[in-house]
Ligand binder design. Structure first.
Ligand SMILES: *Cc1c(COP(=O)(O)O)cnc(C)c1O
Length: 419
């Protein structure tokens, strides 16, 4: 082969590749209109095409009537947002890269310099850390209130209090608050309410319709879709939802300005898992109650903290909300135990290390059962008198066989939880 031939053939190859590229890019694909399948199609885009400049100038993303750019939503993200609204009863929803970023969207949507926010003392920890960090730096003050004492909440509402965070139950200490009474107090004082409803998952109770016979509702919910909606322990995502059009638009603008968006493949995973969520929720509920009952009979355990078990703090509030107001008496597969304070921390840690089916790790709602020992001082600054203090260990149940899980607990407890 001469040099000339070599260069000729290389440019021919180049030309052919360009032609192929053009053919592949402009292949006559149109999305299927008559293709019915269990899962919605997955649409991925940063760029969205407009038929002409006039259409580009006219299109409006805020009301979801059109597509303009990937960060403003795709058919895939809109589908998940709409399904989450259908599940929980909201009308506006945005997706965020994590549950924590959903919390930040609510705070940044509603709070400005000089405002005050109330956070439950037993709140999901990073919500407090955000208040102590960025919110404080922006001149937004916060106070913690005792979620089990509505009078404490009422007393701590100030003239500049804009927002009250709610959580039912606390995700480590598991006390179930009188959510209905707390929302009533906030409404009466015209303070916005935001519920971290990750535990309820839109299944255990309806936050936008707290009472069967009137319209009492929280203003916002957030979810860590990372937990039940994902169900796989493999996706990080959050959502923010409201029923109010004005708040909904404010939320969308803040969400857009913060540049928050989620990947289509992650949304696909959640869309795939969502239809089985009520079944998974019920299955893990069943396992968690069986394990909680087992713990109640163990000498090393001074208290089981599970809102559906009598004797757990706030059990009556759980019953009122989840077993009467349209609820079916459900609970998430999450509970904590207080182990006898006479046991050393080393023994409690060795008990956790000694488990084989329960893995040591954060989060919940996935297929694998998890355990985490927590230090009391990191969970709450003060404890209600109904809680018998000791070593707090939190369990989240996966889908393992309940007898296998009990055997795992039993073996490690016999070895390590001895006085
Ligand atoms: C996990 C969790 C979050 C945060 O979700 P991430 O996706 O992990 O950021 C928020 N609130 C509660 C109650 C949670 O359990």
């Amino acid at each position: 082969m001469t040099d000339q031939n070599a260069s000729h053939s290389s440019s021919a190859v180049h030309h052919q590749a360009e032609q192929l590229s053009t053919q592949l890019i402009h292949h006559g694909y149109t999305p299927p209109s008559e293709f019915q399948a269990p899962q919605p199609g997955v649409f991925k885009a940063s760029t969205v095409f407009f038929p002409n400049v006039a259409a580009m100038r006219q299109r409006e993303w805020k009301d979801k009537s059109a597509y303009t750019y990937g960060t403003h939503g795709t058919p895939t993200t809109f589908t998940l947002e709409e399904r989450l609204c259908a599940l929980e009863g909201g009308t506006h929803c945005v997706l965020t890269p994590s549950g924590l970023s959903a919390i930040s969207v609510v705070s940044f949507t509603n709070l400005k310099t000089g405002d005050h926010v109330l956070i439950p003392d037993n709140a999901y920890g990073p919500n407090k850390v955000l208040a102590e960090g960025e919110l404080k730096a922006f001149g937004i003050s916060h106070t913690y209130y005792d979620a089990m004492n509505p009078a404490d909440l009422a007393a701590k509402i100030q003239s500049n209090t804009r927002l009250v965070w709610l959580e039912a139950p606390g995700s480590l200490s598991m006390e179930f608050p009188d959510l209905i009474e707390m929302v009533r107090i906030c409404k009466a004082r015209s303070v916005l309410t935001a519920l971290d409803n990750t535990w309820g998952a839109g299944i255990a109770f309806k936050p936008f319709k707290l009472l069967d016979d009137n319209e009492l509702s929280v203003d916002f919910t957030i979810h860590a879709l990372t937990k039940y909606p994902s169900g796989g322990g493999d996706v990080l995502m959050g959502s923010v939802m409201t029923r109010d059009d004005t708040l909904g638009l404010k939320m969308k603008l803040t969400h857009m300005r913060l540049g928050l968006c989620v990947g289509a493949n992650d949304v696909e995973s959640v869309l795939r898992s969502l239809p089985t969520m009520p079944l998974r929720y019920a299955a893990q509920d069943h396992i968690a109650r069986a394990l909680g009952q087992w713990w109640q009979d163990q000498a090393a355990c001074v208290q089981v903290l599970h809102p559906a078990l009598p004797g757990s703090p706030g059990h009556q509030h759980w019953k009122n909300l989840c077993a009467t107001q349209g609820g079916m008496g459900q609970a998430a597969g999450l509970f904590s135990v207080m182990l006898d304070s006479r046991l050393s921390q080393d023994k409690v840690d060795a008990f956790c290390d000694g488990l084989s089916l329960f893995k040591i790790g954060y989060s919940w709602g996935g297929p694998v059962s998890l355990v985490v020992p927590y230090r009391l001082e990191t969970v709450r600054s003060s404890w209600p008198s109904e809680v018998k203090k000791g070593h707090l260990v939190r369990f989240s149940t996966g889908f393992e066989n309940v007898h296998d899980l009990i055997e795992d607990l039993s073996k490690s407890a016999q070895r390590h939880l001895i006085f």
